[in-house]
Design a binder for this molecule. Structure first.
Ligand SMILES: [Zn+2]
Length: 352
């Protein structure tokens, strides 16, 4: 009897000890490990401020050309050192604090000389604090501009054949052989609706001038907008660039069949120059001078779309740069009076 009760007591004690141990171990795990694990997992709130909030783009056309040529020629000539124009530009931006008014060709020569002498971009940028920022910012702007693509050309028998190339694959938004003028108007004051600044470049031309997709991408916006009139917004495949083409032609703004969600190729006809906009009512010509409003928005985080934190860059110099690559068009549909590109184009991400 005595022994039995001792035994029960022992069992009780054992049970209590085990329960206490479990309680202790689990509380230890909860208080010591759980918070540690949680804090090591990146959460949205931790990363909220990690993306780029602002970009000033001041690279002149001349410098875009110089660096693009270094990149394109070194690839096409299969040189030992193949340049990446965006890296070259990011390096120069560090030297000039982002302001290319200070550009000196000697700095670019010195950089390419160092690369030729076996130094890597990594070696040359270890002490440049803002190199990663400029590389990411300029990549967001220029990533779709230079690379591999195929384009139709005429062979000896005047037949169209695809030719593989490496080079500039972004097009001027105005079709080949159509006249336009523009000036540096980014940041100018606009008064329609509310006082605001001009966030693009106006390309003045004739009504009906075919408008060309600068880069391949997906049609994200299409339709009437109080400010832009008939407009189309196209997002690059990497999601970083939103191209905005506005004030398209009254009654016939878009190329036949163009819809939201469509994939367009760089160099495709997407619409026609006009003077619509500045009206809540649709299809109204309230713009004084016929022109294409062309804008480029950068998106590093989706919260930057349709927000007070939108980043629009000055595209004047980019338009100057793109004058060297224009898309030729022809009247392809006499019934609807629609134009198409003359020479077809293919690149990565696009499927027939
Ligand atoms: Zn404008």
């Amino acid at each position: 009897m005595f022994i039995k009760s001792i035994h029960i007591k022992c069992n009780h004690m054992l049970l209590i000890s085990i329960l206490t141990l479990i309680l202790f171990v689990s509380s230890f795990l909860v208080f010591h490990y759980y918070p540690k694990n949680i804090s090591s997992i990146p959460t949205n709130s931790d990363n909220e401020n990690d993306y780029i909030k602002w970009v000033d783009f001041t690279v002149p056309c001349k410098v875009l050309q110089l660096t693009a040529n270094l990149d394109i020629n070194s690839h096409n000539n299969n040189e030992k050192i193949q340049y990446n124009w965006i890296e070259l530009l990011a390096y120069l931006a560090c030297i000039y604090g982002g302001n290319f008014k200070n550009f000196n060709a000697n700095d670019l020569n010195k950089l390419t000389e160092n690369l030729q002498n076996g130094k890597s971009m990594e070696d040359l940028t270890t002490t440049l604090t803002f190199y990663d920022y400029y590389l990411e910012a300029y990549s967001a702007i220029l990533n779709g501009f230079i690379g591999n693509y195929s384009i139709e050309v005429l062979d000896a028998n005047n037949q169209k054949v695809f030719e593989n190339r490496y080079g500039l694959k972004a097009f001027l938004p105005i079709a080949k052989n159509y006249y336009f003028t523009h000036y540096k108007d980014f940041g100018n004051s606009r008064s329609y609706g509310f006082k605001r600044t001009h966030l693009g470049n106006d390309l003045m031309g004739s009504i009906g001038t075919p408008i060309i997709a600068v880069e391949s991408g997906i049609v994200e916006q299409l339709g009437w907008n109080q400010y832009g009139g008939w407009r189309v917004g196209i997002r690059s495949f990497d999601g970083k660039r939103y191209y905005y083409y506005a004030h398209l032609r009254k009654d016939h703004p878009y190329v036949k069949g163009l819809e939201k969600g469509d994939t367009v190729k760089a160099g495709d006809v997407i619409g026609y120059l006009g003077m619509t906009g500045y009206s809540i009512k649709e299809n109204v010509n309230n713009i004084n001078v016929s022109h294409l409003h062309f804008g480029m928005q950068l998106i590093f985080d989706e919260s930057q779309v349709d927000s007070p934190n939108e980043i629009w860059i000055d595209v004047y110099e980019i338009i100057e740069f793109l004058k060297s690559n224009t898309s030729e068009v022809y009247l392809s549909n006499k019934e609807t009076i629609d134009y198409s590109r003359k020479y077809d184009f293919m690149e990565e991400f696009l499927t027939e």
